[in-house]
Ligand binder design. Structure first.
Ligand SMILES: O=C(O)C1=C[C@@H](OP(=O)(O)O)[C@@H](O)[C@H](O)C1
Ligand SMILES: C=C(OP(=O)(O)O)C(=O)O
Length: 455
């Protein structure tokens, strides 16, 4: 491991404009759908993050037989050309720590003409996989070991999947549902997935459904049941990825903590569909694929003011953050960022309660435990509840050791946020941000020191 990275402290309100890379969630869905296209025609996924999760998906799809070329795109992003795989082949796939790779590729691998071995980072081996594997077993797909519920495992591809209806427990991750749906149109009978328990992060399932429909696939959804009809997979020739809202939220939070003003350029990014004749609506008329309304509610609860305009998405921080009581169940991945905001509010005597995120114990690390440990180490009062965190008033924050990132990009960025008001805070592994924000270690100090990032 490299030496700890000194997080810059803010000596006044942070003002600036930032460009964030494309959403990894949209990127990895678009890449998979391009690789599964049934017409053999190459596609381009444009504006993708030049990040580890993108690279892992590209490499996984290449191993399964897709043609992939990664080219430099706009604003530090990459454009990926994908030649559909046609018949998928036996492969070994490194999932790294990417939930989208470990949950989205096994259902595709079931179509392969041979065994597909999956493994990942040491911590990936502890991430829940049960719902996807239970679903595949229910669809008649063989696994090794037969009762696998974690990485590593092998999907015994037999060149096709009959498909049908399955009921899974998706309480640990919405990605179980998304993963089964994304490849479902290539199964003989399609797939219908029912979750026996409430599904977290539902906007990500909505993102899956919308992107499947944009690829010409028929999907129905009702309560906790989603059904994908068998049929051609025909995504647009070029899919432009929206800027990553969860990454953007970190930069917006810098303005909130310091009473400044930050704009995320290029938001929202809506492009007309390249083949509008297939769509009843062009993408231009569609709302964004990411849950802006939920993110907005969470940030506004602290007293921030958000506006969308031609320049992008702008936040203006209040003079002083309010405490919040918020359900983050739809946007669990924002919990580290929201916790950092709550800890800053707590310096002014404000308490906060973050609810609905029991499932983030299965994210890149157990985020509830990690946030309690790291916030406590700087002198904050943060306690774990059954489904979230409570943050109680505490002032005089000071670092006692480097902030632990736990190989988790969002733990690293939460540490950087607290570093704005905790001088001397260092992060033990800022390189963890490469998962989604590869330029964070350069872009963050540039924003905080007022240099700004070219939009
Ligand atoms: O499908 C996706 O792209 C994601 C779904 C969510 O997962 P969970 O449902 O496991 O929270 C989210 O937190 C993750 O960052 C990305
Ligand atoms: C939970 C996250 O990622 P993953 O896609 O690996 O689940 C995240 O990015 O916060």
């Amino acid at each position: 491991m490299t030496s700890p990275w000194s997080a810059p402290a803010a000596d006044g309100p942070v003002h600036g404009t930032v460009a964030v890379p494309g959403s990894k969630s949209i990127t990895n869905r678009a890449l998979l759908l391009a690789a599964l296209a049934t017409d053999g025609v190459p596609r381009t996924v444009a504006g993708a993050a030049r990040s580890r999760d993108t690279r892992l998906m590209v490499d996984g799809l290449a191993a399964l037989g897709a043609g992939t070329t990664v080219r430099d795109g706009r604003d530090g992003t990459v454009d990926v050309d994908v030649v559909p795989a046609g018949r998928l082949r036996a492969a070994r796939i490194d999932c790294g720590l990417a939930g989208t790779v470990m949950r989205f590729l096994p259902p595709a691998a079931a179509l392969a003409d041979g065994p597909v071995e999956f493994d990942g980072d040491p911590h990936a081996r502890t991430r829940p996989m049960g719902g996807v594997l239970e679903g595949l077993r229910g669809l008649g797909v063989g696994l090794e070991p037969a009762d696998a519920d974690r990485l590593p495992f092998t999907v015994l591809g037999r060149g096709g999947v009959r498909g049908g209806s399955v009921t899974v427990d998706a309480s640990a991750s919405s990605q179980f549902v998304s993963g089964l749906l994304l490849s479902g149109a290539r199964y003989d009978d399609g797939v219908a997935v029912t979750s026996s328990t409430p599904v977290p992060s539902l906007p990500h399932v909505d993102m899956t459904v919308t992107m499947l429909r944009l690829a010409g696939i028929t999907v129905t959804s009702e309560d906790s049941r989603w059904a994908v009809s068998p049929g051609p997979v025909v995504p647009d020739p070029t899919f432009v990825v929206e800027p990553d809202l969860s990454g953007a939220a970190v930069y917006l939070a810098a303005a909130m903590i310091t009473g400044g003003r930050v704009t995320v350029a290029g938001w929202p990014e809506r492009r007309p569909a390249a083949n509008p004749e297939r769509h009843t609506q062009s993408r231009h008329d569609l709302p964004g694929l990411q849950p802006l309304a939920a993110v907005r509610r969470a940030l506004e609860a602290f007293g921030a003011e958000l506006t969308e305009g031609p320049d992008g998405l702008t936040v203006r921080g209040p003079d002083r953050l309010r405490g919040v009581d918020v359900d983050l169940g739809e946007i669990g991945e924002l919990t580290p960022t929201v916790t950092a905001l709550a800890v800053v509010a707590a310096r002014d005597g404000e308490s906060s309660r973050l609810r609905g995120v029991a499932h983030i114990r299965g994210h890149e690390t157990d985020r509830l435990a990690a946030l309690v440990a790291e916030c406590t180490a700087v002198g904050a009062h943060v306690a774990e509840t059954e489904d979230g965190l409570e943050v109680h008033p505490a002032s005089g924050l000071t670092p006692t050791r480097p902030w632990g990132a736990y190989a988790d990009h969002r733990m690293a960025t939460a540490g950087a946020l607290l570093g704005l008001v905790v001088p001397g805070l260092a992060i033990d592994d800022v390189a963890a941000t490469a998962k989604t924000l590869p330029d964070f270690a350069d872009d963050w100090p540039a924003l905080i020191r007022g240099v700004g990032i070219p939009a």
